[in-house]
Design a protein around this ligand. Structure first.
Ligand code: GLA
Length: 704
């Protein structure tokens, strides 16, 4: 059967340097191509392959649905059954429509009584956003899994994804694609510290500056999986799906399952090209924060649970004097929350810590022309809380079992309307009663036995949170939300549309942050990544690092401070003030420009920066992570500027001098250098010999 009413048999999408080509073959929807835009069309390309020995007698095209019934022997798109039947599907395209940038297909299996709507839009940045809806037209159907699978060019020979733990998020792992299936899955009920954010396929020669790369990421904060598969035929594909717990995909007659949207994007300009395409796509969203990202003081590491109004006022005074624009009061302001063992769930101001309430301090901050932010962890409850004592049944659980606690917490069941209303209304009331324009929303534990009325509810919990954020933003226009989960355990392309900032990591150690920020920015634009100057020594690693290094590191994101400012001398505060001034003068560049990570020939150094979209200015950081064996490091070469334009390159000191292991640094360092973009890219500047754990900032401006 072919599409009805003479509907088109193919769809060629082309936008942002990317082409996608679909064909209907024997009723199957086959994605023939996804990659670099090509000259000409696809219609005359002879795609059909040989028939090998010991194989089907005719060429099989199982298509996007990857069905056994069409000869597919790899991992399928859909897995499910109706009381043991209808486990093998045979979908046929009944509608296909497309424009140059979008397609919409309907596929039906009249025997299994299932219908799939699969559609996508390819934007001017080469980012495809696809969606898939499965509808059941028969008796109860149990969907186990619905995957998005895209064909992967045989030029992709490796995968790149990210692993991690608390305080060490986004560690890259790159490996060869071999026959079999490589899976990165998360089962935490949140995306997690170990969440990869996306799966990348690339060539072994692809680096930051050149080469091809394909990526997928799900718009989802619950359980998910990413796969790259190469089968015995040599066919490669890349895919992603929500992980449904058993029974989570039960569909009654007429009910639908909507898969989280899939982002799929491509670049032939290396990992930087890939990052830039996604950053541009995300920046074009209507919900992307528009106002300048305020310099933030987060009070967590300054006071922890020792809330004291006089001390906080002192901190606010100093913050205001040095140019801070937003002060965030962290954990400890509510209920009996004097440590992390009690009070979570009771979102009313603590009389013990704030006898006069929060209005005084909020108004004080606002009177100093700064924003006030407040911490919540609305999805969680301490067993030692009024809320839990009153409603022990409001937690996610199975058969009344008490799940193992994690940071002394249990998870509230937001699928329970009363629990949901409690969280929404208590949070909303605090926002109504105070001039609070920002909330930091934490999620410090995993979901275990995430049952609601005995049924699995990770998906429901995830969607309930999205609804809750939308409702809070509706009730409190202008409210900004930071997604935090013990640092960077809920950074994903699902929650991104509901929030305005991510807490990148609890680890404020600048050396660790260099790597965490470098790779989180593979997906997330820097203006959404919280980057703070922490204490010295760092509270997570006990490592001493110079203020110059910490300041240069925290500059490349949504910058802030997280330390006790009352401990600092006037001279130290002046250093912070200068840094804040620099941040303010550079944030338009840092938050709109293109992220560049140079392929520096050894991993003891990073050379990274941001180039303005019009290429008239840039800010780079040359970072010495570790000592190297040779006296001199390779030249500092910078790609991405206008080749024939002339630039002034100047070293700038933001919070004191970098330290050098040399009698004299290269002469250009003192007065700067004037070079063309081409000279900078191909010859570069002699690298100064930095001491380890130092960074040198380079300001680059167009001269003519
Ligand atoms: C988590 C967050 C921290 C801080 C604490 C408060 O660990 O990641 O930034 O808010 O909770 O308990």
């Amino acid at each position: 059967m072919s599409p009805t009413n003479g509907a088109p048999q193919s769809a060629h999408l082309s936008n942002g340097g990317v082409d996608i080509y679909l064909e209907v073959i024997n009723g199957a929807l086959v994605i023939r191509y996804w990659g670099k835009s090509i000259e000409g069309g696809f219609a005359s390309i002879p795609f059909a392959r040989s028939v090998p020995h010991s194989d089907y007698d005719q060429i099989q095209n199982s298509g996007f649905m990857r069905e056994h019934s069409r000869g597919w022997l790899g991992y399928p798109t859909i897995s499910g059954h109706r009381n043991g039947k209808n486990w093998s599907t045979h979908f046929v395209v009944t509608e296909l429509s497309h424009t140059k940038e979008s397609f919409a297909a309907t596929l039906e299996d009249s025997v299994a009584q299932l219908n799939v709507k699969f559609s996508g839009k390819l934007d001017e940045f080469g980012v495809l956003k696809a969606s898939m809806i499965l509808t059941n037209h028969g008796d109860d159907y149990c969907l186990n899994e619905l995957f998005y699978w895209l064909p992967l060019s045989d030029r992709a020979t490796q995968t790149l994804d990210f692993a991690g733990r608390w305080s060490k998020e986004r560690n890259p792992q790159r490996r060869d694609i071999a026959i079999g299936r490589w899976i990165r899955d998360s089962h935490e009920g949140r995306s997690g510290h170990n969440y990869t954010i996306g799966e990348i396929a690339l060539n072994e020669f692809t680096n930051f500056g050149s080469g091809e790369a394909w990526a997928v990421s799900l718009a989802w904060s619950g359980d998910s999986q990413y796969c790259v598969e190469k089968n015995y035929e040599g066919v490669q594909s890349i895919g992603a799906s929500e992980v449904l717990l058993p029974g989570e995909g039960m569909l009654k007659k007429g009910e639908s399952y909507t898969a989280p949207e899939l982002f799929a994007w491509y670049s032939d300009s290396g990992l930087d090209g890939l990052a830039q395409n996604l950053h541009r796509h995300l920046r074009a969203r209507s919900v992307h924060p528009k106002k300048a990202r305020p310099m933030t003081l987060n009070l967590w590491e300054a006071i922890y649970f020792a809330h004291d109004e006089a001390k906080v006022r002192q901190l606010v005074d100093i913050a205001s004097a040095i140019g801070v624009e937003r002060v965030v009061l962290d954990d400890g302001w509510f209920g009996s929350r004097r440590n992390d063992r009690s009070g979570l769930g009771d979102w009313t101001v603590s009389k013990d810590m704030w006898p006069n309430g929060l209005s005084g301090i909020v108004d004080y901050v606002v009177s100093k022309k700064m924003e006030f932010g407040l911490w919540f962890e609305g999805e969680m409850v301490n067993p030692d809380s009024d809320l839990y004592r009153a409603h022990p049944d409001w937690i996610l659980n199975v058969a009344g079992r008490f799940p193992p606690t994690w940071r002394h917490e249990l998870v509230l069941n937001l699928d329970n309307q009363d629990a949901y209303n409690h969280v929404l209304n208590q949070t909303s009331q605090i926002l109504t009663d105070h001039k609070i324009s920002y909330i930091k929303w934490d999620h410090n534990r995993t979901l275990i036995d995430a049952g609601s009325n005995g049924k699995p509810a990770v998906g429901k919990q995830t969607k309930a949170l999205y609804r809750l954020f939308a409702e809070l933003k509706k009730r409190h226009p202008g409210l900004e939300i930071e997604s935090c989960a013990s640092g960077g355990a809920r950074i994903d392309l699902g929650i991104i549309d509901s929030v305005d900032r991510f807490w990148t990591s609890d680890n404020n150690d600048a050396l660790e942050r260099q790597t965490i920020q470098r790779w989180t920015a593979q997906f997330i634009p820097p203006e959404l990544l919280g980057t703070h100057i922490g204490s010295d020594p760092g509270h997570q690693t006990s490592r001493h690092l110079s203020i110059a290094f910490r300041a240069a590191t925290a500059l490349f994101g949504h910058a802030g401070i997280e330390r006790d400012l009352t401990e600092l001398s006037q001279a130290e505060l002046k250093v912070l003030k200068d840094w804040i001034d620099l941040y303010k003068s550079k944030r338009a560049l840092l938050h709109n420009g293109d992220v560049i990570r140079m392929d520096y020939p050894n991993d003891a150094h990073y050379l990274h920066g941001v180039i303005g979209r019009d290429k008239s200015e840039a800010l780079f950081s040359y970072v010495q992570l570790r000592p190297i064996v040779t006296s001199h490091a390779p030249n500092l070469r910078i790609r991405g500027l206008k080749s024939s334009a002339t630039y002034q390159v100047k070293a700038i000191e933001v919070a004191g001098k970098a330290e050098y292991m040399a009698i004299t640094p290269p002469p250009w360092l003192e007065k700067g250098a004037v070079m063309t973009g081409s000279e900078l890219e191909h010859v570069g500047l002699p690298a100064p010999i930095l001491c380890p754990e130092n960074a040198l900032l380079l300001e680059i401006t167009l001269t003519k």
